[in-house]
Design a protein around this ligand. Structure first.
Ligand code: CP
Length: 330
């Protein structure tokens, strides 16, 4: 069993993960990884994911093996049938098949490069890991999904606001450069699975993937929630219980970052999360996956304010990942 997207799990299974995560948070100890190792493969930088996975594996009795292709391990080719006479030293086939002789699971972080939307939306590197591996593969943020973050987000909403469905705003924010859309994708998907009423706000040009939106609508219909998309920023904040802010790049601009940067220019001041907008909400909590650029994405007064839950949200990464590792490897 892999953990690639929350979309592969039903609501009962996701609720069980959160209940298990709450038990870990409340002091439950268990050592299902005693004597076993888990590889964590990072193609990109990380603070929260790397530290929380490493600590979680240790607390479950296991050992984390951290590998950084192109830095602390060889550069990796993932495409099938290529003549490897360029700068890639090892193929993912051997990398995975060797690694799984040592470890019980493989976690992978591989961001979108924002070059080719058509190719990257298929998550080629993560899926190559899943195809070659006979041990569980855990998505630590791919081009399209960040399920560990989404589960920590759902746990935080549950903890702070209770079990009933909430009005949840996912709002785009200006950022000096285009960013991947894994976090908004996974947040929208999980919020729909948990039956929340999700409102997605962004300027025109920052539409999420159409297939992802169809999936979000499907889960919302199934769970009794709803999904709406708006470009009206003031209306977006009206009466919501949760404000989740995240910047992402426009899929039509993949391969042309300069065009994206020019397009987003006018939205800089307008799309920041500030006290005036938070005042339109139902005393909403403020959420962000971190790292966050202060006074670009969100004003200091909001992120440092009493309704900000960003540190708790980051802590919950540890607990949900311990729950997920226990489910996969017990
Ligand atoms: N939210 C998150 O995944 O943080 P890192 O990029 O620091 O791991």
């Amino acid at each position: 069993m892999n953990f690639l997207s929350t979309g592969y799990f039903n609501l009962d299974e996701l609720n069980e993960l959160i209940e298990s995560a709450m038990r870990f948070k409340n002091g439950h100890t268990e050592r299902p990884l005693e004597g076993r190792s888990v590889a964590l493969v990072f193609f990109n930088p990380s603070l929260r994911t790397r530290a929380s996975m490493q600590v979680g594996i240790f607390e479950l009795g296991g050992n984390a093996v951290i590998l950084e292709p192109g830095s602390t391990s060889w550069t990796l080719e993932h495409r099938e049938g290529v003549v490897m006479d360029g700068n890639k030293t090892e193929h993912l086939k051997e990398f995975v098949r060797v690694l799984e002789r040592y470890v019980s699971a493989i976690g992978v972080r591989t961001f979108a490069e924002l070059n080719d939307w058509g190719a990257e939306r298929a998550d080629p590197i993560l899926n190559a890991f899943a195809r070659y591996a006979n041990v569980p593969v855990i998505n630590l943020e791919s081009a399209m999904h960040h399920p560990c973050q989404a589960m920590a987000d759902m746990m935080t909403i549950h903890e702070k606001l209770g079990n009933e469905k909430k009005k949840v705003l996912l709002t785009w924010a200006w950022h000096p450069k285009p960013l991947p859309m894994a976090v908004p994708n996974s947040f929208a998907l999980a919020a729909a699975q948990f039956g929340h009423d999700i409102r997605i706000a962004h300027p025109r040009g920052y539409e999420l993937d159409e297939e992802l939106i169809r999936e979000v609508k499907h889960f919302a219909a199934e769970s009794g929630g709803s999904m709406e998309i708006t470009h009206d920023l003031e209306a977006a904040y009206d009466g919501v219980d949760v404000v989740y802010s995240k910047s992402w790049g426009g899929k039509d601009f993949y391969g042309n970052a300069d065009a994206d940067i020019a397009h987003r220019g006018p939205f800089r001041e307008q799309w920041i999360v500030d006290e005036q907008k938070m005042g339109l909400t139902n005393d909403a909590i403020f959420m962000h996956c971190l790292p966050v650029r202060r006074n670009v994405i969100v004003k200091d007064s909001v992120i440092d304010g009493p309704r900000s839950v960003v540190i708790n949200e980051a802590e919950n990464r540890l607990h949900v990942q311990k729950a997920m590792l226990t489910k996969l490897l017990r």
